[in-house]
Design a protein around this ligand. Structure first.
Ligand code: PMP
Length: 444
């Protein structure tokens, strides 16, 4: 069965298939952290729908929300009309918002993907300011539609498009503070200070070439960029720099939100209040949902200025509300912080034994392990050359051992571990046993 399905989909689907290439499996059933293929093989899923499944697969509260909504006879699609489900989702979401933001918040349902919400955030700040440009960072990932792609760092995704696909927004690229592959030749807090100082001087330089932009867009922890956390002090510096220059700050929490980094929203670690927050993935509780939440002073669109057919889906609002409440009630953000710290510490402890582990980083259960060529020369920050081929073999060896992990980062050499927040201690140990065994085997 599986072979036939894989063959037919390979023949009929777009050449851009990505995950299907990395994971030639055909899922039949899933529960919690486990996916079972049509061949009966079981896998521990450390990809979680690219960070979407905060509660893992088919959590009882998610299934119950779907069943309850279906049995109620609620219409599944009513454009953006007022519904009890939308009301309840908005209540649940506003209850989670950072202090100082909730009481002034407005929500716009976008949809259904993260990239749609990024487009909305860019367009809203352009509408409010009457400006066009955007400040974005090296290593950033914001999506694949024109505006979101323009602010994304990944060159491979756009280099074959004439004009570099940057045409939808006029982007100024700034260096993200990345300790391991440090843009200024120095890591840690000092590297972050240099990144902030560079930003400030560039914006104030009358010959710096940057016309005052419509927004700055930033991920508090870069996800696809390789699980790179920005220091809290740096994010506070970005807030100060943008506020002083009347530039709206958009924080993209598509991947970092809903407890994953150890706080419900990753901006809470730094105490920064953004002007616009971009949310998707886990807020839909397995189903597609994307929103922007912003300060009421930004509520500048006229009716019809940003419309769309699929802006909020009844079932996704029900599963989303159930998920948001479950994460809060069960303290899953705190749990992500604890388990994440334990997993990271065990990986750190293995660096001497497994020199292919160049860097272990991340926050909470957004973990990255950069695989390197330990024989290669170190750069000024002490980093060895990235080893994408080795990383690819590690990923395949993990799959052989019943573990699904994805790669990301600058050189596609960072193994990304994004387990559900409901991961048990035993599952966390099993993930690391399989993962480190795969590294040991492949790098021997
Ligand atoms: N922003 C961030 C931070 C993301 O990680 C992603 C998806 N990985 C997106 C935006 C785009 O979301 P989507 O794939 O749903 O369009």
């Amino acid at each position: 069965v599986a072979a036939g399905i894989l063959r037919r989909q390979r023949a009929r689907e777009s050449s851009a298939r990505t995950y299907a290439r990395s994971f030639p499996i055909v899922p039949a059933r899933a529960k919690g952290m486990t996916i079972e293929g049509t061949d009966g093989r079981r896998y521990l899923d450390c990809l979680s729908g690219a960070g979407t499944l905060a509660l893992g697969h088919n959590h009882p509260v998610v299934l119950e929300a779907i069943q309850r909504t279906l049995e109620s006879g609620a219409p599944l699609h009513v454009l953006d009309l007022a519904t009890p489900e939308k009301d309840d989702f908005t209540d649940a979401l506003f209850d989670t918002l950072p202090k100082g933001f909730a009481d002034r918040a407005r929500i716009h349902f976008c949809g259904p993907a993260g990239t749609d919400a990024v487009e909305a955030a860019l367009k809203l700040t352009q509408t409010v300011t009457g400006r066009r440009g955007v400040l974005a960072f090296t290593g950033a990932y914001h999506g694949m539609t024109a505006g979101a792609l323009a602010v994304t760092g990944n060159v491979a995704a756009k280099e074959r498009i004439a004009g570099g696909a940057g045409g939808a927004a006029d982007v100024t690229r700034l260096p993200y503070p990345f300790s391991y592959r440090c843009p200024f030749g120095v890591g840690g807090e000092r590297g972050a200070e240099l990144s902030a100082a560079y930003t400030e001087r560039l914006l104030d330089d009358p010959a710096g070439g940057v016309v005052r932009p419509a927004a700055m867009i930033v991920e508090p922890v870069q996800g696809e960029g390789g699980a790179v956390p920005a220091p809290d002090s740096w994010l506070r510096a970005m807030r100060r720099i943008t506020a002083e220059r009347d530039i709206p700050l958009i924080v993209d929490e598509v991947q970092t939100g809903v407890g994953r980094t150890g706080a419900f929203w990753a901006v809470e670690h730094s105490g920064v209040t953004p002007d616009v927050m971009v949310m998707s993935k886990a807020i839909g509780g397995s189903l597609p949902l994307a929103v922007i939440v912003y300060d009421r002073d930004y509520d500048a669109w006229l009716p019809g200025a940003h419309t769309g057919t699929f802006r909020g889906n009844t079932l996704a609002m029900a599963t989303g509300a159930a998920t948001l409440r479950y994460v809060t009630r069960h303290g899953l953000a705190e749990r992500a912080a604890t388990v994440g710290a334990r997993m990271t510490a065990r990986l750190e402890g293995l660096r001497h034994e497994l020199p292919a582990i160049g860097d272990v980083r991340g926050r909470g259960l957004l973990i990255g392990v950069e695989l390197v060529d330990a024989e290669g020369p170190v750069d000024s920050c002490g980093a060895h050359p990235a080893a994408p081929d080795l990383a690819e073999r590690v990923r395949a060896a993990c799959l052989d051992r019943g573990l699904i992990i994805e790669l990301g980062g600058r050189f596609n050499a960072t193994a990304r571990l994004l387990p559900p927040l409901t991961i048990t201690d035993e599952q966390a140990e099993a993930v690391l046993d399989r993962f480190t065994d795969a590294i040991a085997r492949v790098s021997a």
